[in-house]
Design a protein. Structure first.
Lengths: 344, 344
């Protein structure tokens, strides 16, 4: 089959790889219908050292079950399913607590003999725990929104949930990428009435307004902090959803949050340390968030997508075929595209 | 009257200062019965630059109301009261949320013309919001435990509450100082069944066991982390209560906490940054805590003290008179005393 490999920064290739087959009785094989490029794929795209063997790519996909191992129940050939961006048994103590990203028998797509999502098919370990059935047809117009349950919308939701967003909390979202916009939508869904979106790309912040942002702050750094404080009587917001992962974004978050408030981060940290010293201690700030256990949220979010109450799939503004994935990476890296969907 | 001033590192003096008088209609004057030396007083005791005018000291006290301003209701001459370690109006939006440390009209003892607690009397601003009446006599044997509601026990309680300690959470307490031991007692009171106390001073950890610690880990650093992990099947505890404030204590906390868990810090941070980068993001760790809004907790904790269900006053292992306060500082700095109470 065809699949995507990265051989170094900026070097993405679609190549022939072995067809996936059931290897363990807990496996399934899924033919991929849709996958996508993640903002987190852009970190290696910018910095991966050259590698001879290449790195399989993609961790967000939905598709059709082709085959199942002997111990997989509840799934059969022909089922349409979505995969969260890590696989997990969904039965261990961490999974039972809703922390499938720390599953005792889980792991990561594209590593150690596991396929990536950006290809024609995937062998899914722990298939029964990992995959969630979707009651739609292969040609459903809902596929883009359903695909966001694999990662990006669940990540925005995790950010809002861990921050404690609700009807009485004011919210600042740092970052107008696909995760930031998903966080806006998630905060709105959880009842937030005041959502300040920090971002400077009008096309993106316009979508953010559609998703529920009440204010847009284009300024950055101290100016951006000042602007959020002006909008909130000098105090900042109860919660800040940090959806970038850089130190400047984190500094803005610390500046924009209200005393007693919470910063939740879901942008993969590109920093080793967090600026939360004595002054932040005196303000009783909380830092939370982390890699999102998407699996924990899919069933809860699914009805809102199926019934059209939310359309998180609007973050996709470009669709490419499998062979055009390299150009999809380029378009996202160049900020031509917000988020690229792949039709396998 | 006599009061305590610090003129530089190691230089504590008890001197004559002006008697406090009502200055604003919201003031009260309280004659101090008991005060104490705080672990946080030891930071300036170790490092304060030499100052000509001296710094008034003490932020934990209980005493008897001597006089009240015209706008103070609910308090009268003769009432025995405890003061939390910051003063606050107890009516602003922050106070209403239980964050009296961020009160819009609050402040700190010993600063800007406000007396410190280590003296014969104190002018209390925002007296009606700040002071809490204690239904005991001046010679009550409960005074030491009641005095801990001013700071140290409420600080341990804040640590446990913000960490989310409850019957199903395992707990590590980092630090066997008075705050750490208070955190043990608070965690026990909140229902924690497994409480691992990290400390190496046997007299202190023995009191920790009396307060509810089920395990004591004397090792530090990587060894200490390893020991906590051994005690918890390799995982660490759901919560870590960081009661020291140094970077090594924070490193131990990060190492000892379980994936998905929470570190709460109440030791005043002696570091500008927190080591929570990518690996901790992948483990979904939360950092919370901060300076404790003691005022928010006093009414809730008071019945347990009055009825003898908890004895947080056992952290006091030495009592001095006002003129011996300098030796009290020395004894705490030299670790001769765990916590020093002052009888005014």
């Amino acid at each position: 089959m065809r699949a995507t490999l990265m051989y170094g920064a900026g070097d993405v290739r679609v190549e022939d790889v072995p067809d996936p087959k059931i290897q363990r009785p807990t496996d399934a094989v899924v033919r991929v219908l849709r996958s996508c490029v993640c903002g987190s794929d852009l970190w290696p795209y910018g910095s991966l050292p050259v590698t001879e063997q290449g790195q399989r790519m993609g961790h967000e996909f939905l598709g059709v079950v082709e085959d199942t191992g002997a111990e997989v129940s509840g799934l059969k050939r022909g089922d349409l399913v979505v995969a969260p961006f890590v696989w997990s048994d969904n039965t261990c103590d961490f999974c039972a607590e809703g922390l499938q990203t720390s599953c005792r028998h889980g792991g990561t797509w594209g590593r150690e003999g596991i396929d990536g999502g950006q290809g024609e098919a995937v062998r899914v370990p722990q298939a029964q725990g990992t995959l969630v059935k979707l009651p739609v047809a292969e040609d459903s117009a809902l596929l883009p929104s359903l695909l966001t349950l694999s990662d990006v919308f669940c990540t925005g939701h995790h950010c809002a949930v861990t921050a404690g967003v609700g009807p009485r909390t004011t919210v600042t979202v740092v970052g107008d990428g696909a995760v930031g916009l998903s966080a806006v939508l998630a905060a709105k869904r959880l009842g937030a009435e005041r959502i300040i979106l920090m971002g400077r790309h009008k096309g993106r912040t316009d979508l953010g307004r559609d998703f529920g942002a009440t204010d847009v702050v284009a300024e950055r750094g101290e100016e951006g902090i000042e602007r959020v404080r002006e909008l909130t009587g000098g105090d900042g917001t109860h919660t800040v959803l940090e959806c970038v992962g850089t130190l400047p974004a984190l500094h803005m978050s610390v500046g924009a949050v209200r005393a007693g408030g919470t910063i939740s981060r879901v942008g993969a940290p590109q920093y080793p340390e967090v600026p939360l010293g004595f002054p932040e201690f005196m303000r009783n700030l909380t830092l939370t968030g982390g890699v999102a256990p998407a699996r924990a949220y899919i069933e809860e979010l699914l009805p809102d997508v199926l019934e059209g109450r939310i359309e998180p799939g609007r973050v996709f503004d470009r669709t490419v075929g499998l062979d055009d994935i390299p150009d999809g990476y380029r378009a996202m890296a160049d900020r031509e595209a917000l988020k690229v969907m792949v039709r396998s």
